[in-house]
Design a protein around this ligand. Structure first.
Ligand code: C2E
Ligand code: MG
Ligand code: MG
Length: 724
């Protein structure tokens, strides 16, 4: 059989290759559009992409057919051409569907390639069948099979390339190269299929009146190119939008991450103490509430089970450092911080892993210890802590001693959840009142003490307003002559209901609640006024006032004292300032400034309560003090304790060597007086000579009228000797 000889219009062949490549180029873009996470958007892209790409593939085929001519007129049946177009779209739908899969597996590639090959086959052979030939086309089976094989391989390759490209770095150059490869693959399928067809000599095309002609080819190519271009454009815009959305999402995520980090930091700050890193009160309360719930639940289920053992209890320990305030006041805040950090560490180490140690204020800590048998366990733990905290602290090469007072409560023995911390605090106060460096277990009577402190604070405020504070004066006696060397002004609070409230009680409250400066300023003024009044009555003496460390930090302290002296026409030497030893030895800069200022205006300084701090005697040399007052605890023991005797004697000798006068505080007996005189102690002060008394009483006392309760000592002989 002889066959008609086909001719090919190479320009049209080139156009079909171009269309195939362009369709592939668009397909590569589309695969990633279809892969978008938004299902609805993905479906839309898949459908419109399949239409565009399918049309592209089909028009490659159709234009390819138009490039083929026989020496007889040819035309295509519209219905079959439509079927072939449908097949092209189906192929594109499969290709896009498979290539955009996130979890692409070789099985998907295989199935996809098979479906595509079938689709391409249908497209091509339906397209060929649109040529209604008589006699029919003779098929070269081998080439038909080859065309199917090529379609299969090319489809697999196309899927692989599309999938790979979706993940690869998007570069247009790469996309173009890939598109050319795919275009060539598509064309090769087409042309293998074309070569498989032979047209017998004498055959005629019955559908020659159907779709045909160059203009149709142009129309198909141009319209499919248009569709593809539009699709590509939309895809590019969409990609850019998606990129922007993704960037926005990424920056939102970053912002969100930062927000979360900030939130976490804030939460940390809100729940932990920055100095020690321990939980703060808020977190502690939370843990406490949980512990209560756990214990209640355990108790309830133990109650239901017959013969079950009682569940373990837990304890709350309120830890307050003794003697911390002077460390902070004297050695400065940095040293104070070091002590607190070390104390926190010791508490943490002493507790068990699941115990909660929290810092709730200056030198106050709370410890929550679960799984205890009862009060005995809690007490043992508290004692361990007391011991640990009483060991010396190393601060800048200096050994500092603080200790701890610990209050203990056990749940549920000592109250409800809301009462635990307050009661542990009350128990801590009891430990403190017992001298500190110990622990106390809560007892119902302690409840009153906490409320008492708060009451005192508000009452003290009122007392200042109502001028209920008064000054009493206690004489200081010259040991050798028996003359009065001066008096010490001591605050008294005559409370309308409570009676006398000791300064030992209310001065710390005034210091804690910021009332001390107001009180201290009043004392300065009142003492100067009193001195002036006495001077008018013919009594000239010297008064010592007690200064709190808070007053020393007042910038205008010296100026204020100077002004008061001037206002009342007093000689500065009539005023003496007593500063406790622990204060006098610390915070060198502030103190030096104040001491220099006082020395400049001619006011002397006395070191009070000497022996209670942790200073070294040698340091005394650095202070511009005129006087040293030995604490009354030593004087108290001087008749019975050899140590006390030795210490007092050493202090007197050293102070003298340094040019300081020595005053013994708290002299209560003739025996003490005699020992002190034997030691050459310069002055004495104490109940043995006179109790602190009101200004009027002091006047009477000078005149020899012994006030009620005054010691059996008459200063009348010395009246005329009041030093000038
Ligand atoms: P201080 O400065 O060491 O005062 C001496 C304390 O010892 C006074 O207690 C005094 O009444 C008491 N005392 C004197 N002789 C004897 C004695 O023979 N036996 C005994 N057992 N005690 C004696 P007071 O008046 O209760 O004052 C206690 C502390 O309160 C003072 O100790 C001082 O530190 C502080 N204070 C008093 N008035 C003021 C003040 O105006 N300002 C400041 N900042 N503190 C003051
Ligand atoms: Mg004093
Ligand atoms: Mg004293």
């Amino acid at each position: 059989m002889t066959f008609l000889t086909p001719t090919y219009d190479l320009r049209v062949v080139a156009a079909s290759f171009f269309i195939a490549s362009f369709a592939s180029f668009v397909a590569l873009d589309l695969a990633s559009r279809v892969a978008t996470r938004d299902r609805r958007v993905a479906r839309r892209w898949w459908a419109s992409g399949a239409l565009a790409m399918g049309t592209g593939i089909w028009s490659m085929h159709f234009v390819g057919m138009l490039a083929f001519t026989l020496p007889i007129p040819l035309g295509y049946m519209a219905a079959m051409t439509f079927v072939s177009w449908l097949a092209g779209v189906a192929v594109a739908a499969v290709a896009l569907g498979v290539a955009s899969r996130r979890d692409m597996h070789w099985m998907h590639v295989a199935a996809g390639a098979l479906a595509m090959a079938v689709g391409i086959g249908v497209m091509h052979y339906a397209g060929m069948a649109a040529l209604d030939m008589a006699p029919g086309i003779v098929w070269n089976r081998r080439l038909v099979l080859a065309s199917v094989a090529v379609a299969l391989v090319a489809s697999g390759v196309a899927l692989g390339v599309m999938h790979w490209f979706r993940r690869a770095e998007r570069r247009r150059g790469l996309q173009l190269a890939a598109a050319l490869v795919l275009g060539a693959a598509l064309c090769s399928i087409h042309w293998t299929g074309m070569f498989a067809a032979d047209f017998p000599q004498g055959a005629v095309c019955l559908s020659a009146g159907g779709l045909h002609g160059d203009s149709l080819g142009l129309l198909v190519s141009v319209s499919s190119m248009l569709v593809l271009t539009l699709t590509l454009y939309t895809s590019a815009v969409d990609a850019r939008m998606e990129g922007r959305t993704m960037r926005m999402a990424a920056s939102l995520k970053t912002a969100n991450d930062e927000l979360q980090a900030a939130n976490e930091a804030l939460r940390q700050r809100a729940l932990t103490d920055p100095l020690t890193g321990l939980p703060n009160r808020v977190l502690f309360e939370d843990r406490l509430a949980q512990a209560c719930k756990r214990r209640d639940r355990a108790a309830a289920s133990a109650g239901r089970a017959a013969g079950a053992r009682e569940p373990p209890r837990f304890a709350v320990l309120f830890v307050d450092l003794d003697g911390f305030k002077p460390v902070n006041d004297v050695l400065g805040h940095a040293a104070g911080d070091q002590v607190l950090q070390e104390a926190a560490r010791r508490l943490r180490v002493a507790g068990r892993d699941n115990d909660t140690v929290a810092r709730i204020g200056g030198d106050e800590f709370l410890l929550l210890a679960e799984g205890l048998g009862g009060v005995a366990d809690a007490t043992a733990l508290a004692e361990r802590l007391v011991k640990r905290l009483s060991r010396a602290f190393e601060v800048d090469g200096r050994r500092v001693h603080v200790s701890a007072s610990i209050g203990v409560v056990v749940y549920p023995d000592h109250g409800q959840r809301e009462q635990l911390v307050t009661r542990a605090d009350a128990a801590m106060y009891a430990a403190k009142r017992a001298g500190g460096n110990t622990r106390a277990v809560f007892e119902p009577r302690m409840d009153e003490a906490g409320a008492e402190r708060l009451n005192l604070h508000s009452e003290l405020r009122m007392a200042i307003e109502r001028r209920e504070l008064k000054l009493h004066y206690q004489p200081k006696i010259d040991s050798t002559t028996g003359q009065i060397r001066g008096v010490e002004a001591l605050l008294r609070w005559q409370h309308p209901e409570r009676g006398n409230v000791s300064p030992v009680v209310f001065i710390p409250i005034a210091e804690r609640f910021g009332l001390i400066n107001e009180i201290g300023n009043w004392v300065i003024d009142e003492v100067c006024r009193q001195l002036h009044e006495w001077a008018d009555e013919g009594m000239r003496t010297r008064v010592a006032i007690n200064l709190s460390v808070h007053q020393l930090r007042q910038d205008d302290l010296v100026a204020r004292i100077e002004a008061a002296l001037r206002r009342h026409a007093l000689d500065p030497s009539q005023l003496l300032c007593e500063v406790t030893e622990s204060v006098a030895m610390g915070d060198p800069d502030t103190l030096q400034r104040v001491f220099d200022g006082l020395a400049r205006i001619g006011v002397f300084i006395s070191i009070d309560d000497f022996g209670t701090g942790y200073s070294c005697l040698i340091n005394l040399r650095q202070l511009p003090a005129a006087q040293l007052k030995i604490d009354r605890s030593f004087i108290n023991d001087i008749e019975t304790s050899k140590d006390a005797l030795a210490i007092v004697s050493a202090v007197v000798n050293l102070a003298h060597a340094l040019g300081l006068k020595v005053v013994a505080e708290g002299v209560e007996t003739a025996g003490q007086r005699d020992i002190l005189i034997g030691m050459n102690c310069d002055e004495m002060q104490g109940f043995y000579f006179a109790r602190p008394m009101a200004a009027d009483s002091l006047h009477d006392w000078f005149l020899g009228n012994k006030p009620d309760g005054a010691a059996d000592f008459s200063p009348s002989a010395m009246l005329e000797h009041i030093p000038t």
